[in-house]
Design a protein around this ligand. Structure first.
Ligand code: NDP
Length: 240
């Protein structure tokens, strides 16, 4: 029977490409989202991948949602913690609310997503935990103290889970995308986008499918010895 994969934030942007790539590999896929019902409905119609709505920042919601996915599709063997947000502001203008919202979603959200799935993975002696971090968690970024802190924290989660899961056949790895052509990046003024591109030696933004390719690789049965690692996919913009 096909293994089941859960992709948080799997209905749009990078997550949507990940969901589709995993489905193409033969996994049963569940994609989650936070509130954009319309985008989720279009995604499901176009891909046939079922979408589930819950807030990754809420532990009880996550636990209940995960339980529903497992009832519908079977035990989750691959979890991709991809949902993430930005609330940018220079540090002197950053509000406690901007800090908390990003920490709750990007960092605690990873705990809330992986923690309810972890005991089942330990029991079944197989699991793939893949966390979508960011280049800005590796190098820091102006106006992103909150975001960079969470994305660096995600790397700490992955490295620690790798230690804990290794003997139970579970791997935990991170992917640090550079700038990817999602709605978020395409929405910035062309001038700003051009200046971003000028800092990428490859001379272009990355494509969501290029991140999905890394996920498929890490999710594979054959990737069992790759554990606690970080794949940087950033067009040579930064070497961690
Ligand atoms: P998008 O904004 O395009 O999509 C985000 C997805 O996450 C949506 O499905 C959204 O749901 C969901 N989401 C957001 N908050 C929550 C929440 N609280 N609970 C559940 N789901 C939530 O993001 P990207 O595709 O651009 O980014 C995906 C990941 O990649 C993020 O973690 C981001 O930090 C990381 N990343 C992105 C880069 C880029 O250049 N785009 C670069 C480096 C890292 P809904 O549709 O309902 O809003």
């Amino acid at each position: 029977m096909a293994r089941t994969a859960l992709v948080t934030g799997g209905t749009r942007g990078i997550g949507a490409a990940i969901s589709q790539a995993l489905k193409a590999e033969g996994y049963s896929v569940a994609a989650t989202y936070a509130g954009n019902d319309q985008a989720a409905a279009v995604f499901t119609e176009e891909t046939g991948i079922k979408a589930y709505k819950w807030n990754v920042a809420d532990y009880a919601d996550s636990k209940a949602g995960i339980s529903q996915v497992e009832t519908d599709l079977g035990p989750i063997d691959i979890v991709v913690a991809n949902a993430g947000i930005t609330r940018d502001a220079p540090f002197h203008k950053m509000t406690p609310e901007q800090w908390t919202e990003v920490v709750d979603t990007n960092l605690t959200g990873v705990f809330n997503t992986v923690h309810p799935i972890w005991p089942g993975m330990r029991q079944r002696k197989f699991g793939r935990v893949i966390v979508i971090s960011s280049i800005n968690g590796q190098k820091g970024q102006f106006a992103q103290v909150n975001y960079a802190a969470t994305k660096a924290g995600d790397l700490g989660i992955v490295k620690s889970l790798a230690h804990e899961g290794a003997r139970a056949g579970i791997t935990a790895n991170a992917i640090c995308p550079g700038y990817i052509a999602t709605e978020m990046v395409m929405a910035v003024p062309e001038k700003v986008r051009d200046s971003i591109i000028s800092q990428i030696p490859t001379g272009r933004l990355g494509e969501p499918e290029e991140i999905a390719r890394c996920v498929v690789f890490l999710a594979s049965e054959d990737s069992g010895f790759i554990n606690g690692s970080t794949i940087s996919a950033n067009g040579a913009q930064f070497f961690a």
